[in-house]
Design a protein around this ligand. Structure first.
Ligand code: NAI
Length: 308
């Protein structure tokens, strides 16, 4: 039987994620948005693309949640994106109300679903989805680390002239400018990055990664969607195909990495049960300090939430 994936928010990130999932052809996709006709129009376009790209035309657009009933995975992308000059945290009040409303409506009809949060500020929105859904932490988590890691991998590939496929790394922490690219766990074809690139150059790549979202917001006037949509779809794959991928995801920490009661980006093993393990990575003293600083920044944003 085909699986069912609901993507809430048919905007840039949601539509990209929906089409990425549809192209895999193992799941039916329901795309929900508050704007009348908008998700229906996107779904119709994607269903017609199916003839060219070879997948079954099983995407449904909706403005309500009846069609979403019985979903296996719910991806939450509804909410405002950043505009130039804004930090992700500036979105907190507007997007808290949206994420709370859509999570409540969707989980009511799909109580067995796994929820992947994408809306920003990501770490805080995971707290909202967890509080509203009351699902266990294994089944409510966020997408940010795959995107931040993808950015770091692209910069390293350009710097070293090596294929992006051979760049292995992890970006941990909150999805803000204090995120922690883990240089000590970065290799190119198995060779430590520190043996290939000078410390000063690595510092520049780390800095560009941390403000990588802002770089795109300044170019486009809104936030990125190709990489974020593909990253969310990769998480859907890992869950529904029970892949046991070790990916950086935003998980509720309960003492891991010395952090308690806070959603933060850490490596996790993702499979059919959602987060099946929080993977412990040995960090340098500097990386541990950076992670603590990132946690403090996330705690500040979470502090203003009503649902936490
Ligand atoms: P967008 O503006 O293109 O799409 C958002 C969609 O949400 C709109 O179509 C809007 O009508 C819909 N929406 C708003 N309220 C709704 C509601 N109550 N019910 C259903 N739909 C509703 O924005 P975009 O670029 O797709 O970004 C979506 C979110 O994802 C933003 O909060 C953005 O900051 C975040 N984001 C997160 C990333 C991450 O790494 N976690 C990366 C990129 C974006």
């Amino acid at each position: 039987m085909r699986r069912k994936v609901t993507v809430i928010g048919a905007g840039n990130v949601g539509a990209t994620c929906a089409q990425e999932v549809a192209r895999r052809d193992y799941a039916d996709v329901v795309l929900v948005d508050i704007i009348p006709n908008f998700p229906q129009g996107k779904a119709l376009d994607m269903n017609q693309a199916a003839a060219v790209l070879s997948y079954e035309p099983n995407i449904t657009g909706a403005n309500s949640y009846e069609e979403t009933a019985g979903s296996d995975v719910i991806v939450v992308t509804a909410g405002k994106p950043r505009a130039p000059g804004m930090s992700r945290d500036d979105l907190v009040t507007t997007n808290e109300a949206i994420v709370a409303a859509v999570t409540r409506a969707a989980v009511k009809r799909s109580p067995k679903a796994t929820v992947v949060v994408v809306s920003n500020p990501l770490d805080a929105m995971c707290h909202v989805a967890k509080a509203i859904s009351k699902l266990p932490r294994e089944r409510v988590f966020g997408m940010a680390g795959i995107l931040d890691t993808a950015r770091f991998r692209a910069f390293i590939a350009w710097e070293t002239g090596a294929s992006i496929k051979d760049v292995q790394t992890m970006v941990l922490g909150g999805h803000g400018d204090q995120m922690v690219p883990v240089v000590s766990a970065t290799t190119v074809g198995g060779v430590p990055l520190t043996e290939l690139v000078s410390k000063a150059r690595i510092g520049k790549l780390v800095k560009r990664t941390r403000v990588g979202g802002g770089e795109i917001v300044n170019l486009l006037g809104t936030s990125a969607w190709y990489a974020p949509g593909a990253a969310a779809a990769q998480m859907v794959d890992a869950i529904l195909l029970d892949e046991k991928r070790v990916l950086p995801c935003t998980a509720l920490l309960e003492g891991e990495y010395g952090i308690d009661g806070l959603y933060m980006g850490v490596p996790v093993k993702l499979g059919a049960s959602g987060i099946e393990e929080i993977v412990k990575l040995r960090l340098s003293a500097e990386e541990k300090r950076a992670l603590r600083e990132s946690a403090a920044a996330v705690r500040e944003v979470v502090g203003v939430l009503t649902h936490k």
